[in-house]
Design a protein around this ligand. Structure first.
Ligand SMILES: [Zn+2]
Length: 502
């Protein structure tokens, strides 16, 4: 029985390890040298105090050659929102904002960014942090690569599915960008394993086999802090980490591990530069933040301090509160449904998502939006709204509500003497005249109006309705594209018809 349970545990461990994610950054000697050079000025960095820094980011939205599989701007903004929250939670005064979105249609970059460095360097912006969002990162070795920083090209690459996963991958790679090492530096690819390493680490050093200068010898950090300046990540407020995060992906170390002095290791599993994703919240340590700030202040990061236009951090907070339609409501008129929500402070725009048999996504700057394309008599599983601005957005989710559409159309005919109304050509285009044809049994003066769905008047003129067949021509110069309402208004009432001008 015992042997079976050991076998099962082994199977589970293998399955877990192979699905574990990791970063693909290779820490160069230059990065370490920058870190050490900057460390000499940590006192100045600290003395300078905490003036806010606004850091521009360019997101490269990478699609395949045919434009398919393109990440949305909102996906980038959601990741940016989480990034800003993580820095805030760490106590940082650095704020990241979108400088630009750049769409790239290139399957090679999208599926094998590690082998596409030349193509990517041609696309980078020289006055912001460059983040390429891709479908896939080809990798070797243990674990899936979720993202990496390229010191050669000075850009970051993120797997698309990591942008919103709250796996802190973007934060982690930004840490590398600003010179930080892994808390488990030296242990990459040979992470602590109780069956190999036992409960006490007697070694004094470890030889790098991955993600650093291969063959370099790194001192193994002690719990008492006596060698923290020269061992591991070279940072003293992050305790020893022998690669525990990759091995357990947990928030509390499941093993008792001792260093060579016999001191029990108390790692910071919630540290962003560790490999654990088991904690709900991951943060940087205070000294890591000083190292990041010192790197930002260094000469080689001059370019990040130019073109900075933001002067105030204006985050978009909280969920968007939905107003109408109410949860479960049946909206009788199906082809003109207006969705409304509470305005969100600092929001620059909103994305409304409606999920039924089809999914609709529309952008608006107003706290309301009218949809005219919904089908009658349909159950919609949800509608939701997220708010965005230049600092990100949408990262705190959204309320969702379901609703149904009824069967009534927004078209109205109050004129019982008018029949056989026909509007053509069909479809209507903005460079063709519109003919409105109908039959009337009486004579009456009418005002013909075109207005937008929100009520703005586009065009208006008077006609005399004749008894018999009528033809009213609207000149193409008066027709704008979009959804318009044609109104024929008389003293006896109105006809309203929705027309779509392509
Ligand atoms: Zn890393």
């Amino acid at each position: 029985m015992k042997s079976i349970s050991i076998f099962l545990v082994f199977m589970l461990t293998v399955a877990y390890a192979s699905s574990q994610g990791r970063c693909g950054t290779i820490q160069t000697e230059e990065m370490t040298q920058s870190f050490l050079d900057n460390k000499k000025h940590w006192n100045q960095t600290l003395a300078k105090g905490s003036m806010p820094n606004f850091i521009p980011v360019t997101f490269h939205l990478v699609a395949n050659n045919d434009g398919s599989s393109q990440p949305t701007e909102e996906l980038a903004l959601e990741g940016l929102c989480i990034l800003n929250e993580s820095f805030e939670l760490s106590g940082s005064n650095m704020f990241f904002y979108v400088k630009e979105f750049n769409v790239i249609n290139n399957t090679a970059i999208n599926t094998n960014p590690s082998g596409s460095g030349f193509l990517m360097r041609n696309q980078t912006d020289d006055a912001s942090i460059n983040v390429f969002i891709v479908d896939e990162i080809a990798s070797g070795g243990l674990g899936r690569i979720l993202g990496f920083y390229s010191p050669n090209g000075d850009y970051l690459v993120m797997r698309k599915d990591q942008m919103t996963a709250r796996a802190y991958t973007l934060e982690h790679e930004i840490g590398h960008f600003f010179t930080l090492r892994h808390t488990h530096y030296g242990w990459d690819g040979q992470y602590y394993d109780p069956s190999n390493n036992g409960d006490t680490i007697f070694q004094t050093s470890i030889t790098i086999t991955e993600q650093g200068p291969i063959g370099d010898i790194v001192s193994i950090e002690l719990q008492d802090g006596s060698n923290c300046d020269t061992a591991g990540d070279l940072i003293c407020d992050t305790p020893p980490d022998y690669g525990f995060g990759f091995s357990c992906n947990c928030c509390i170390l499941p093993w008792e591990v001792f260093d060579r002095n016999g001191d029990a290791i108390e790692p910071l599993m919630e540290n962003i530069m560790s490999y654990s994703q088991g904690c709900d919240i991951q943060t940087f340590s205070p000294d890591q933040l000083v190292a990041i700030q010192a790197s930002l202040d260094a000469n080689n990061r001059d370019y990040l301090r130019t073109n900075v236009t933001e002067t105030q951090y204006r985050p978009v907070r909280g969920e968007v509160a939905l107003s109408s339609p109410a949860a479960g409501e049946t909206v009788e008129i199906f082809d003109e449904v207006t969705f409304e929500w509470e305005p969100v402070e600092n929001a620059e725009y909103y994305i409304v998502t409606i999920i039924g048999s089809q999914t609709f996504r529309e952008r608006t700057t107003e706290p309301r939006l009218t949809f005219t394309e919904l089908q009658p008599n349909e159950f919609f599983a949800s509608w939701s709204v997220r708010a965005y601005n230049v600092f990100g957005g949408g990262c705190n989710g959204s309320m969702t509500r379901n609703f149904n559409t009824g069967t009534s159309s927004s078209a109205v005919n109050e004129l019982d003497f008018v029949s056989e109304l026909n509007i053509y050509p069909n479809p209507i285009t903005s460079n063709s005249d519109i003919t409105v044809q109908f039959t009337s049994t009486q004579t009456e003066l009418a005002q013909v109006k075109l207005h937008t769905i929100t009520g703005a008047l586009v065009h208006s003129f008077q006609v005399q309705i004749q008894s018999g067949e009528n033809r009213v021509l609207i000149d193409e110069s008066n027709v704008t594209s979009g959804i318009l309402i044609l109104e024929i208004k008389t003293k006896s009432g109105s006809i309203l018809e929705k027309i779509i001008v392509e």
